[in-house]
Write a protein that binds this ligand. Structure first.
Ligand SMILES: [Zn+2]
Length: 268
């Protein structure tokens, strides 16, 4: 698999490659740490930095993880969920029309992914104000706006980060754009960025109302919050192995040893 977007090399070409580490206890410890991050974009950066080996042909770093586009980061969180067996989940929602609760299944692997457009990650378009340059929002952008409570202010800052004037470096280009300009910018951004659905249609089983449910590709991270320490404790007690050796086991190996210790595999 390759990233739907990718990272720009210094010569401007795009590298879409990435490689995961084997999912062992060390990776799970990083995921547990990520699960406790205060803001979601920070949690995603920590999780990906802990679980990836390389990205864009170079060893993983926080800088490179944060430079990934938002759709790439969502795509990678789905793959990581899949590697942990967590990509399918039921969640409970209250119907917006009749308020009755209903269960909704979401299979993250089933979401269609459309790769980025040819000019990714940035392009120029003509507006009434002159030519402007747009670029696809990155993890670093999301981290910058995460602490802003006011949704409108956060959206304004994100627009200011991703839209700039080509002819001069006026900071106020956003304020001078018309509604038509913004519509054109939105269209251009849709052509440019990879596509991965933000929401799913969930019809209410009771009244049939078409609820729209936001798709959070990192929601599963909370289930990793405890980390592997209880497992390490159990295996260390049984076999006397060091923490380091136990953390080096893959998740599958660790679960197998735990099953043996608990006698599950040979019980009738
Ligand atoms: Zn309903």
């Amino acid at each position: 698999m390759v990233l739907p977007g990718g990272l720009a090399r210094t010569d401007g070409t795009i590298d879409r490659t990435y490689r995961w580490k084997p999912v062992d206890g060390t990776v799970e410890r990083a995921l547990a740490d990520a699960a406790h991050a205060r803001f979601r974009p920070e949690a995603i950066s920590k999780a990906l930095a802990g679980a990836l080996e390389s990205i864009g042909g170079e060893p993983v770093s926080r800088e490179r993880i944060d430079a990934l586009s938002v759709p790439d980061r969502r795509f990678l969180m789905i793959e990581l969920a899949d590697a942990l067996g967590l990509s399918f989940a039921w969640s409970t929602h209250a119907c917006e029309a009749c308020a009755k609760p209903f269960d909704f299944p979401l299979d993250l692997r089933a979401l269609p992914v459309m790769p980025a457009g040819e000019h990714y990650p940035s392009t120029e378009i003509a507006t009434a104000r002159g030519r402007v340059r747009l670029r696809v929002p990155t993890g670093a952008d999301q981290i910058r706006i995460a602490a802003i409570d006011d949704e409108g202010a956060a959206a304004d800052l994100l627009a200011a980060l991703c839209i700039s004037a080509c002819d001069d470096d006026a900071a106020d280009v956003i304020d001078t754009l018309s509604a038509d300009d913004f519509a054109a910018i939105e269209d251009a951004m849709e052509q440019l960025a990879p596509t991965l659905a933000w929401a799913a249609q969930a019809p209410c089983p009771d009244c049939g109302f078409g609820n729209v449910i936001a798709i959070d590709t990192a929601a599963w991270l909370v289930s990793m919050a405890d980390g592997p320490t209880p497992d390490v404790h159990e295996i260390a007690l049984a076999y006397g192995w060091s923490e380091r050796d136990i953390l080096a086991l893959t998740r599958a190996q660790r679960l197998q040893y735990l099953a043996l210790i608990r006698g599950d595999m040979h019980r009738n």
